[in-house]
Write a protein that binds this ligand. Structure first.
Ligand SMILES: Cc1ncc(COP(=O)(O)O)c(C=O)c1O
Length: 365
């Protein structure tokens, strides 16, 4: 296959030259600020894309699922599973991974730490542990510095696992504007309290890990941070554009769609609905809709059925025709990519190749 024009739609198309530019930019930022770049792979779920991140300077990868970690272990020997290792399946697969790669796990409870300790003990492996603290999102992570240090001490006392530092996910900050200023100061204070408290308890803090794409270019303002986990930045998306993190040209993952109807005046319908784009609202953004046309950002997808996406043409004099093929930028690239079992790679030399989104789904080993 040599041509995008013959790819069946809807399809997720990855512009690898743009991926490389995005990676180079993040790598340069991380190097400038002395941060270890450990991108989160949940965005691409692809060993091929991960290999490009590693070639660009990533010093390890972050994963959420056992499936992601198992696939990434084929291209990387230093992984962080930034998700609590709870349940028999996760523990079995996590400890099996610890036999193959240098493995870190982020967790927030004594229950999960004890389970991990027992599981890795059974296979004779070892795992480094980051204690997760809630940075304000109220999702996972212990509440408060004292609780984080208490868990760190407990972790350190367990066999098979070694306390390595702290992690958090500042997912409550969806914009890097002035409204983030006070939060960045507060997070810096928290990091310094975590380090001081842990050290006075006799613990060695090697790693302070965090990162999220909306805040990407201000990550260095979290004083004491050592590791950057931003994930979406490999592809960026409409949310990143609206949030001012990047230009539309930086969006490397688009959904190729065909106009299937223009019967209703003022709109055009494409064959990319919820099952392609995801029904993801703009997090913290003011832009309407679930996606937009890449080359016409004034044209959003404002309504979705499972297999239909409705383009609102009220802001443009452009009138697409039935059969036209368009590239859409989804609000949230990670969710859109996960809707597809395959993706179409456009290589920097123009070669077009369709490959599996290999780390998608739960899988098993
Ligand atoms: C634990 C964790 N770390 C890092 C990330 C990366 O965040 P982003 O995709 O905003 O860069 C995520 C995103 O969901 C996450 O859940």
């Amino acid at each position: 296959m040599t041509d995008l024009s013959v790819v069946a739609t809807p399809a997720v198309v990855i512009d690898l030259a743009q991926v490389d530019r995005n990676c180079a930019r993040v790598a340069a930022y991380a190097a400038e600020h002395g941060l270890t770049w450990r991108p989160h792979v949940k965005t691409h779920k692809s060993a091929q894309v991960a290999a490009r991140q590693l070639a660009a300077g990533a010093r390890g990868l972050s994963c959420a699922t056992p499936r992601e970690a198992e696939v990434m272990a084929t291209v990387c020997d230093d992984l962080l599973v930034a998700y609590p290792p709870v349940g028999t399946d996760r523990l079995r697969r996590t400890s099996a991974l610890a036999e193959r790669v240098r493995l870190g796990v982020m967790l927030d409870s004594l229950e999960s730490a004890s389970g991990l300790s027992e599981a890795v003990g059974r296979v004779g492996a070892s795992v480094r542990v980051l204690v997760e603290m809630d940075a304000g999102m109220q999702r996972t992570g212990v509440t408060g510095v004292d609780a984080a240090i208490a868990l760190a001490r407990d972790v350190d006392a367990l066999p098979g696992i070694a306390f390595d530092g702290f992690g958090f996910y500042p997912g409550h900050l969806r914009s890097a504007g002035p409204e983030a200023d006070a939060e960045l100061v507060r997070l810096s204070t928290t990091v310094s309290e975590l380090r001081a408290g842990a050290e006075s308890a006799g613990l060695v803090v090697q790693t302070i890990s965090a990162g999220t794409t909306p805040l990407l270019w201000r990550s260095h303002e979290i004083a004491g941070l050592t590791e950057l986990r931003a994930g979406t930045a490999v592809y960026f998306d409409r949310t990143s554009v609206v949030g001012g993190v990047c230009q539309m040209e930086a969006c490397a993952a688009t959904i190729l769609a065909t106009v299937v109807s223009t019967a209703v005046p003022g709109q055009a319908v494409v064959d990319a609905g919820v099952k392609a784009l995801g029904r993801e609202p703009m997090r913290g953004g003011e832009a309407a809709g679930f996606a937009c046309v890449r080359d016409r950002r004034e044209v959003p997808v404002v309504r979705l059925s499972e297999e239909h996406g409705v383009l609102d043409l009220s802001g443009t004099s452009w009138r697409p025709h039935v059969g036209d093929r368009l590239q859409l930028v989804p609000n949230h690239a990670c969710v859109a990519v996960h809707n597809f079992s395959d993706m179409t790679l456009v290589h920097p030399d123009g070669r077009v190749e369709t490959v599996a989104v290999g780390a998608r789904g739960r899988g098993h080993e």
